[in-house]
Design a protein around this ligand. Structure first.
Ligand code: PEP
Ligand code: MN
Length: 343
């Protein structure tokens, strides 16, 4: 790849003054650097690649730790940049740790009783996060669009009662602050994976982000979408494979399970699988959930509803609460076989 940018890694101990000095050095040489607060240190990222003489000059100041010549367009996300797997924490849930993170909840928040019933069941069966959308990305504008802010308040109430952190989708940059007021994790849905303004906006928020794969997104494009978020200084990104669109119509989408080992190899960020949207059919959710765990996923997102037949969205694929309990039981053995656990 043609070198298009440069990453300057400052030492962990570097103060504001050293960062300013490095930025100033680059500025004097005609390079504007973006200052990124990475997990435990500061990075300076230039838009263009300085010539060797300038890089050497910066190195000689002795204030930098290392200077990285990126080999990919998603350098911050790459294993090359950080070999250690990142753990993304949301409340007590730790994506990327041995214990799998199971996210369960309805497709849409439909009302207080519906949400609380699923939330209590999710907690009881061992899930670590509650999901539920209040802003729905629907194919037709006549379909249920979600409850909006009152739904966010219900999510907060469910968290209060069960202790489960909540993840919910945000559709527009203008609504990031509103959703972040109530949620513990922001979801970027498949349809928005390359909405760059939205990616930048969630990157500016401090909340962890669940980044779904687009139905037409290659893994390479998906990693670059994550890079938009990381480059804003938010290192807490979790990938979610949810199926891609292929010629096959027996399932809603085609679950690309090989994305799990590929993403693990390419990046240090965790990856989970959503077998609900991937298959679109209730009875296919459990087999693909187990397959995802066997393939090395760091967790799952499962849609569940007290009465799926009456659901206002995705009624074909949501598990009822008995089915959710059953799946949670069965997952333990698969997790154990691959050195993981669900409790
Ligand atoms: C969802 O999680 O409810 C959803 C809309 O999923 P996706 O963006 O993967 O279609
Ligand atoms: Mn859904």
């Amino acid at each position: 790849m043609e070198r298009e940018y440069l990453i300057v890694v400052m030492p962990r101990t570097a103060g504001n003054q050293a960062v300013a000095q490095a930025a100033d050095f680059l500025h004097k040489n005609g390079f504007e650097a973006r200052i990124v607060n990475w997990s435990d240190r500061t990075l300076l990222v230039t838009q263009r690649n300085p010539a060797s003489a300038e890089v050497n000059g910066l190195r000689e100041t002795g204030i930098t730790e290392r200077i990285v010549f990126p080999t990919s367009k998603a350098q911050l996300a790459s294993r090359e940049f950080q070999s250690k797997t990142s753990i993304v924490e949301v409340g007590k849930a730790r994506f990327g740790a041995d214990k799998l993170v199971i996210i369960a909840g309805p497709c849409s928040v439909e009302g207080r009783e519906q949400l609380l019933e699923v939330a209590r069941a999710a907690k009881q069966f061992g899930a670590s996060l509650l999901r539920g959308d209040v802003f729905k990305p629907r194919t037709s504008p006549y379909e249920f669009q979600g409850l909006g802010e009152p739904g966010l308040k219900l999510l907060a109430e469910a968290r209060e009662e069960t202790g489960l952190p909540v993840v919910t989708e945000v559709l527009e940059p203008e609504r990031v602050n509103l959703v972040a007021k109530y949620a513990d994790m922001l979801q970027i849905g498949a349809r928005n994976v390359q909405n760059f303004a939205l990616l930048r906006a969630v990157g500016k928020s401090r909340l962890p982000v669940l980044l779904k794969r687009g139905m037409m997104t290659t893994i390479e494009e998906w990693l670059q979408a994550a890079e938009y978020i990381l480059l804003e200084g938010n290192p807490n990104v979790v990938f979610c494979e949810r199926g891609i669109r292929t010629f096959e119509r027996a399932t809603r989408n085609t679950l690309d399970l090989s994305a799990v080992p590929v993403v693990r190899k390419e990046t240090h960020l965790p990856i989970i699988v959503d077998p609900s949207h991937a298959t679109g059919t209730r009875d296919l959710v459990a087999p693909m959930a187990k397959a995802a765990v066997a393939a090395g996923a760091d967790g799952l997102m499962i849609e569940a509803h007290p009465n799926p037949e009456t659901a206002l969205s995705d009624s074909q694929q949501q598990l009822d609460l008995k089915e959710l309990a059953c799946l949670m039981n069965e997952l333990g053995a698969v997790a154990k076989a691959v050195g993981r656990s669900i409790r």
